[in-house]
Write a protein that binds this ligand. Structure first.
Ligand code: DX5
Ligand code: ZN
Length: 220
């Protein structure tokens, strides 16, 4: 069985109690903290920046996975690395120089990845597989938590799984958007190994009950 990781998105957490929220969700079994950065330019919403990443860093030991929904991307990368990010991903169409942005992330000691919206073509992967530690596939259009999983993205997950397997490289395949207890197994069967879930976890009072139920689905 592949090793699966659950990555709660703080987008649906209570921002007034963020330190406590991330501690609680890690105590409940989270493997990674997913940190959504939106700029009201690349996506129609505005969230948080490196200062908030730095503020939560002392509260958790698990990796912080920074999902940049910003354009341009390069000038903010060093700030997130300094703020304690472990993984930084960006949308290829938001970068003028994809190879340079990936290299910049790696030069700052973080794992690097590309994010694909439901309709973004996979050809961006062609020349950069050797610089990727993670591929993040959006199963909703980015910008908001609480949206419904778009079913045709399952085919895309399967296609990326094949590309990763063919590459022979150890690249994480993360899926983000509308993941719940009810559909996590389907995403895993398609080939995902890392699952972002915002509203499904933070929208419920018992985080451990949700994460345990997700793991049970993944083990079935
Ligand atoms: C959407 C974000 C997601 C979002 C997921 O643009 O990238 O990480 O928080 O939230 P849910 O799990 O509620 O769809
Ligand atoms: Zn995200």
């Amino acid at each position: 069985m592949p090793s699966y990781r659950i990555a709660p998105s703080i987008l649906s957490a209570d921002f007034a109690r963020l330190g406590e929220e991330v501690r609680n969700v890690v105590a409940a079994g989270a493997d990674i903290i997913h940190f959504d950065v939106m700029d009201n330019h690349y996506v129609p919403n505005l969230t948080v920046g490196p200062l908030v990443c730095q503020a939560i860093r002392p509260h958790v030991e698990v990796p912080i996975d920074v999902h940049l929904m910003v354009k341009p991307v390069d000038r903010i990368i060093p700030d997130f690395a300094k703020a304690g990010a472990n993984i930084i991903t960006f949308h290829p169409e938001a970068s003028e120089h994809i190879d340079r942005s990936l290299q910049l992330i790696r030069d700052h000691g973080c794992k690097a990845g590309l994010v694909f919206n439901p309709a973004t073509p996979l050809h961006y992967l062609e020349h950069v597989m050797d610089k990727l530690d993670i591929i993040l596939l959006m199963s909703v259009n980015p910008g908001f938590g609480g949206q419904s999983f778009i079913p045709h993205t399952l085919k895309k997950i399967a296609a990326v799984r094949r590309l990763i397997d063919d590459s022979g490289r150890d690249i994480m395949l993360e899926v983000d958007g509308g993941i719940k207890i009810e559909n996590i197994a389907e995403a895993a069967r398609a080939g995902a190994d890392t699952f972002v879930a915002g509203s499904a976890i933070f929208g419920k009072p018992d985080y451990k009950a949700v994460i345990d139920a997700m793991r049970k689905e993944l083990a079935a």
